[in-house]
Every structure is written in C-alpha cells, then in structure tokens.
Write a protein that binds this ligand. Structure first.
Ligand SMILES: [Zn+2]
Length: 541
C-alpha cells in the first residue's frame, strides 16, 4: 500500500512537472517581415542615420543576422521570392517561376495568383480579387504550422501587392489581404471568405490614403543631409509623383489611390493594418502560435521609379527604420518581449539605374524584350515560313510555340539554334542557352544550378537569356529593376529576433530557401512539403 502511494505520489510529481510551463514549446506569435526590394547593403548604407530605437539597429544588436543570405535561383522577382522564402524551396519545385509566365498548357500568359474561380471581396474592382494561392504547388511554413496545431493557429498574410500577401500565408490561411489601388481598400477574395470582417470594413471607411495625400511627402530630415544619394530630380528618375521633393498629393484626394504605392505612406498603411490585425484578430493572445506575414511593397515601387541611389529610397528606409521600431515597441507591449519570434528579409534586391552607372563610367545598359520578340518572329518567318514560332519572351526566357512546331513537324533543334544565334547578337545579351541541354553547357556551375532551380517545364521557356552584369530588362530611360542572378539582385538581409534568438551574426552563405526549414526547427514542426533548404545551424543553436 505504502509502495502504491509512493508511486502514485511520484506520478503526480512527474505530471505536475510536465504541467509547468517553464519553457514554452513555441512562441505566441511569429511575425515574418519581407521588405520588397531591400538590398542587404541598405542595413549598413544608411546606418549612421538609422535611429537608436529604430528597427535595424535593434535587430542587428539584439537579434541574429545572417549576413550572406543569397537567392539560389535565377529569376529574382517578388512572387518567386515570397514563395521560395515561405516554402523553403525553389521555383522548379513550388512552381511560382515568375510574377507572370507563359503557361504551356493553357497556351497563354498567366499571373502568379490570378484565379478565375474566385471573386473580389471588399471592392467593386473585378480583377483585383480574382486571386488564390492555387498555382503554388507546395505548402508554406504557415500551412505546416496550421497542420501542426490541428488548424488552431491563426494565419494571415498582408501586403499592398496581392502576391506578397497571398503566397506567404499559404493554402490554409485564415485570410490574406492586399490593397486595391482603384478603391483604396484592403481587399481579399472568395477563396478566403464571403465578406470582410466588420473591423476591416471600418478600417477601409477611414480612407487613410486621403489623409496621407493631405500630408504630401517631404524628406524626414533636411534634404541637404541626404549625402548618401544622388541629388534629387535627376533626368533618369521617374516623374510619376511629380518633379522631386517636396511632393504634393492634394490633387489625388478622393480621386486616385494608385500613387500612394510609390511613397513611404504605403509602408505606414501596411503597418497600421498589421497592428489592426493583431488587435482585432487576437493574434498572440493565447499559447497557440499565430503567424502574421507582412510584406512591405512600397520600397519596391520606389526603387523601380527612382533607383537605389535616390533621395526617395534613402528617405523610405530612414522612415521604415523608425516605423518598424515602433512596431517592435507595439509587439513588446502587446505580446511581450521575447514572446514573439520575428524575422526580416527581402524577396530580392535591385540594380542601379544604368544611366547613373554610365555617368560614373561603370558599364550598364538595358535589353528590350518586346522588340527582340517581334524581330525574332519576323526573322524566323523568313527562315521557317511562320511568324508565330515564338510564344513569348518572358522571365529572361524565349518560349517556343512547341505545339505548333510539333504539329508542323519543323526542326525544333534548328529553330532553337537559330534563335540563340540571333539573340546573342543583341547588345547586353552575353549568352543564350538551350535549357534542355543546360547541364552540358560550358557555363559557371553556380549559374547553371540557378537556371535549373528556376525551371518548371509547364511554365518555363526553352532558351535562357543571360544579360551582361548591370544590364537590366526593359529600361525605359527612367528608374531601375531586378530579376537576375547577380549579387545586387540576389543578396538579401536576413535578421532573426525575439523568442529563443541569441544575438550574433554569421557570414556563412545561406539561402532564402533556408528560412522556412529554420522556422520549422525553431517551432518544432514539419518542414514545408517541397522543402529543399537546410536549417541554419547558427540561428537555432
Ligand atoms: Zn520589383
């Protein structure tokens, strides 16, 4: 009897021991932040101007920085970046090979998240909400969190850009919201719900964009202190917002909700909406981990319009630093210090404006795919009798009209060879490669691997075009872009902060695809279904 009592007592002690929530298995909340078009060097380029209570200094000092985080595939654009980060794999496996692609099955262009089966919820703009994550073939880390908690975790993804909100949140998300630039509303699609929650309707009714327009855009500090950047209003800057600082937008109030995208107010709109989600959807309120994915789209719009060396871009990052610092304060107060896990990264970087580089004796230029497409088809007609042998030039690839070539029994090898020869004559194109035989090409092995990592046959082209370094796609004499393998597009920041993160930094080379498996290790959940990345040991030890 005594023995029985003793063992019963021992059992009670053991059970009580297990019930002690000494170390929680998971954080209350995960916040994933992607800054669209944030080059790694922006962490340091403006660092003497970042605020002590801003985010970048705090994340670098109190968090863990993976200084050499690279993108391991060739096509560095928004959709690929968000999908690869959250699925832990490359476009060849998750299937999101571009923002748009030529779909070889439907024989037409396809936008990454367009889904004709779904409808807009939250505005009357028909196309803006016909969206879903269905083109993404694998789960994201958010889906895995849902599966791990029997769908008790709440997951929401937000971004001004639809693809920046939809792809990270995954297939089983509670919601994804994005910005409809026609109505100025945050919207969603029937994929997620039949109506907006009342609080989102309330948020939209405030028409914050109008109050941002009333404020205009002045530089945060006196403009003569922006010595990191080229003087304002140079000829190669886009004039979409007007002619340089200070910008006034009062004429847009109630009329045009698009230009806000290319201003720092777009970031503020995103942060305010993120806070509203945490408040209204009770994120992080219990011990079941929730996941909020936030993508800041405005730095990308600003970068495209003004380039990485502009006062506009510098001002956007000085402001974002302060604003993200306030978001950290908000999370510390609301969720609790070290009760949430946060990471910050980017979907891609950006090239400098070619004219800016030329002005400084650095070689650069632009390739225009549309005229190349037109002339290629005309030239192929002279040789093979048809002017429709190429479907598209998209994502730096020539897409052959394979079904037509097969039905006419034309010599595909000869057509390819001919197109390759012609493309290589164009300035800025240093190589054109038959993707089918890429493994046999005499090409740098890491670039070869990046091409293979981007290749998904149903959505990819047949010939890969490689541009000279600093040469960009479709340059219209103003602004810049991104999309290639080179470091300016593929070297991104990666900072970890909060729950179970020890301060430090590493210069080991890691990849955007390593973020999801590292999250899986930290959260003790399965890696996403197509994951090929590796756990970043430095972060979890
Ligand atoms: Zn972009």
């Amino acid at each position: 009897m005594k023995k029985l009592l003793a063992s019963l007592l021992a059992c009670i002690i053991i059970i009580a021991g297990f019930a002690q929530p000494a170390v929680s298995l998971r954080p209350k909340l995960v916040v994933g932040i992607v800054v669209d078009q944030m080059r790694w060097d922006y962490l340091y380029r403006y660092s003497d101007r970042y605020a002590a209570n801003g985010a970048f200094k705090r994340l670098l000092q109190d968090g863990f920085s993976c200084e050499n985080t690279m993108i391991p595939y060739i096509h560095t654009v928004t959709a690929c970046g968000h999908a690869s980060l959250y699925t832990g794999t490359v476009p060849a496996i998750h299937g999101i090979i571009g923002n748009d692609w030529w779909d070889n099955q439907i024989n037409n262009y396809q936008y990454c998240t367009t889904d004709a089966a779904e409808k807009t919820i939250g505005s009357n703009t028909v196309a803006a909400g016909a969206m879903s994550p269905r083109n993404m073939l694998t789960t994201t880390i958010c889906d895995e969190l849902k599966l791990a908690t029997n769908f008790k975790s709440k997951v929401i993804g937000i971004a001004l850009k639809d693809r920046g909100g939809i792809l990270p949140a995954g297939h089983s998300a509670n919601a994804a919201y994005w910005y409809d630039s026609k109505s100025g509303n945050w919207i969603t699609s029937t994929y997620y719900s039949k109506e907006l929650p009342p609080w989102v309707n309330g948020f939209n009714k405030n028409k914050l964009v109008d109050s941002f327009y009333a404020m205009g855009w002045k530089t945060l500090y006196p403009i003569n202190t922006y010595t990191q950047s080229t003087e304002d209003n140079v000829p190669y800057e886009n004039k979409v917002l007007g002619s340089g600082f200070p910008y006034t937008f009062t004429q847009l109030i109630g009329k045009n909700y698009n230009p806000v995208l290319a201003t720092p107010h777009g970031n503020t709109l995103t942060t305010l909406f993120a806070k509203a989600i945490i408040n209204n959807e009770d994120f992080g309120a219990d011990n079941i981990t929730d996941f909020l994915t936030i993508s800041y789209s405005s730095p990308d719009y600003v970068g495209h319009s003004f380039g990485p060396n502009s006062v506009e871009q510098e001002d956007v990052f000085l402001r974002l630093d302060k604003e993200l610092g306030e978001l950290l304060d908000f999370l510390d107060n609301k969720i609790g210090k070290n009760q949430y896990l946060l990471f910050l990264s980017a979907d891609h970087g950006a090239a400098h404006v070619p004219q800016f580089l030329n002005d400084n004796n650095i070689p650069a230029g632009s390739v225009k795919p549309q005229p190349l497409f037109d002339t290629l088809n005309v030239k192929l007609k002279e040789k093979f009798g048809r002017d429709d042998l190429i479907n598209a030039i998209i994502n730096y690839q020539v897409v052959l009209n394979n079904s037509l070539i097969d039905s006419l029994q034309l010599n595909k090898k000869e057509i390819k060879q001919w197109a390759i020869q012609y493309a290589m004559q164009q300035s800025g194109i240093i190589n054109a490669l038959d993707i089918e035989t890429i493994t046999q090409s005499p090409l740098n092995s890491s670039i070869k691997e990046k091409i293979i990592n981007s290749y998904y046959p149903k959505r990819s082209g047949d010939i890969q075009l490689l541009y000279a370094p600093q040469w960009i796609d479709d340059f219209e004499s103003t602004g810049s872009t991104h999309g290639v393998w080179n470091p300016y597009d593929s070297h991104i920041p990666l900072l970890w902060y909060g729950w179970n993160i020890k301060p430090g930094k590493s210069n080991n080379e890691v990849y955007i695809t390593d973020i999801a498996p590292t999250l899986a290790a930290l959260l003790k959940i399965q890696m996403p279904s197509g994951c090929t990345g590796k756990v970043i040991e430095d972060v979890v030890k």
